[in-house]
Ligand binder design. Structure first.
Ligand SMILES: Cc1cc2nc3c(=O)[nH]c(=O)nc-3n(C[C@H](O)[C@H](O)[C@H](O)COP(=O)(O)O)c2cc1C
Length: 392
């Protein structure tokens, strides 16, 4: 397990030695980035002696090309501890002006911030807004805790207890392997059904939710095949991407897939398509003569086949009315173990948004969640999958 620790310029940087030493005893390979400000606060030589990895400073990038990319890719998890108000502000606004901030922005991994600062700094609305943005982007926070601060004041801003930090980092690192060797298929995006050379039937799906789920599965160590309808999204690194256009094509790809552990169907597959298409533009007055047919039911076809016992089939439902009832029916009729439902209305305008508000339904219960980013919906779903596998 590879940990990238970023130490920034808080007085609490002095507490890192214990954290680094305990995690190294657990056979974790730790690389450390020390910011210029942190370097003025701590002596890095004792850390060098403890870790199996290396310590990097801003000057290291001059010697090693693309160091920020290499460090971000090598890590299983990135922890910023202690995290200053400055690094949180830089990350939340996309700044990349030193090795630490550039590595963070280049990261495709889970990031954990462990803040430590004066109580007024923490409670400053600007800082709290930055924290909110960072949380929405899927990063996690440990603390800060309430207590006596180095500056002599008391309040929220103290670095969390070191043992708690060590335990959470260790648990997070273990999470990066929990779905190792699990084969997952995720469908995402809309499908496009051609009418003629200029027109098509489709829907507003952006594919964002499915792509975020693929990303989170990768972060948990799974092998992911993403079958995607047309989108403008960048597939997550390490995903096998299969691009399709129509429901028929998506069905063909999905049905071939039989060595899987987890199948998640987020794609908004067009229910209908014209029985025939033409490469000429159909005249306006002929359009009403178009005959439509139902497209294959991808989930139903897939779940009908016999797979191993431990497989999980997860469907998504977008409903405007009776959303829970309709989704439950869909879960049963399509043979899913679990269904994620979003009620589409003016408040929850899911399509093309970065936010979603979902309920997760399984055979025994329904869980309702507040509106959150699609990234965080993906994290909740993948944690649920991990828990299901842990219980088996
Ligand atoms: C002795 C000392 C202690 C500091 N402690 C903190 C702190 O606990 N939290 C914080 O957010 N900033 C603290 N600062 C301010 C940061 O070091 C400063 O904002 C710096 O620009 C942070 O840079 P970095 O985020 O790149 O490490 C401290 C500064 C000094 C000189």
């Amino acid at each position: 397990m590879n940990l990238l620790l970023i130490i920034t310029g808080s007085i609490a940087a002095k507490k890192c030695k214990k954290i680094v030493s305990e995690l190294s005893k657990k056979k974790i390979i730790i690389d450390i980035i020390v910011t210029n400000s942190a370097k003025k606060i701590i002596d890095i030589n004792p850390l060098k002696k403890i870790i199996k990895g290396k310590i990097y400073l801003d000057s290291s990038e001059k010697r090693k090309k693309m160091l920020h990319i290499r460090l971000a890719r090598k890590a299983s998890l990135i922890v910023v501890c202690p995290a200053t108000a400055n690094i949180i502000a830089k990350y939340s606004n996309g700044y990349a002006d030193d090795l630490a901030s550039t590595t963070l922005i280049a990261s495709d991994k889970q990031i954990v911030f462990v803040p430590a600062m004066n109580v007024e700094m923490w409670n400053n609305n600007i800082n709290l807004r930055n924290v909110k943005k960072v949380l929405e982007n899927g990063a996690e926070f440990i603390g800060p805790d309430y207590g006596k601060l180095s500056c002599g004041e008391t309040g929220l801003g103290r670095l969390s207890n070191e043992n708690k930090i060590i335990q959470i980092i260790y648990d997070n690192l273990k999470n990066t392997h929990k779905l190792k060797n699990k084969n997952c298929i995720v469908t995402a995006g809309p499908t496009i059904e051609e009418i003629d050379s200029v027109r098509y039937i489709s829907n507003y799906s952006s594919g964002k939710q499915g792509y975020e789920i693929a990303k989170q599965l990768i972060l948990s160590g799974a092998n992911v095949t993403l079958v995607s309808g047309p989108t403008n999204l960048q597939p997550p690194t390490k995903t096998k991407i299969i691009k399709v256009k129509t429901a028929k094509e998506m069905n063909r790809v999905v049905q071939k897939y039989n060595k899987f552990d987890i199948a998640i169907f987020t794609a908004a597959v067009s229910d209908i398509s014209p029985i025939k298409t033409t490469n000429k533009k159909i005249k306006k007055n002929q359009l009403k003569n178009i005959i439509l047919k139902n497209n294959p039911d991808i989930i139903k076809n897939f779940s009908k086949k016999t797979f191993k016992k431990n497989n999980l089939i997860i469907g998504f439902a977008a409903e405007t009315n009776n959303h829970i009832l309709n989704a439950k029916e869909k879960m049963i009729s399509k043979g899913c173990d679990l269904i994620v439902v979003n009620k589409i209305n003016k408040i929850n305008n899911v399509f093309n948004s970065d936010y979603n508000r979902v309920s997760i339904i399984d055979k025994t219960k329904i869980e309702h969640f507040k509106k959150m980013t699609k990234k965080n919906v993906a994290k909740i779903l993948v944690n649920k999958i991990i828990n299901i596998y842990m219980d088996k």
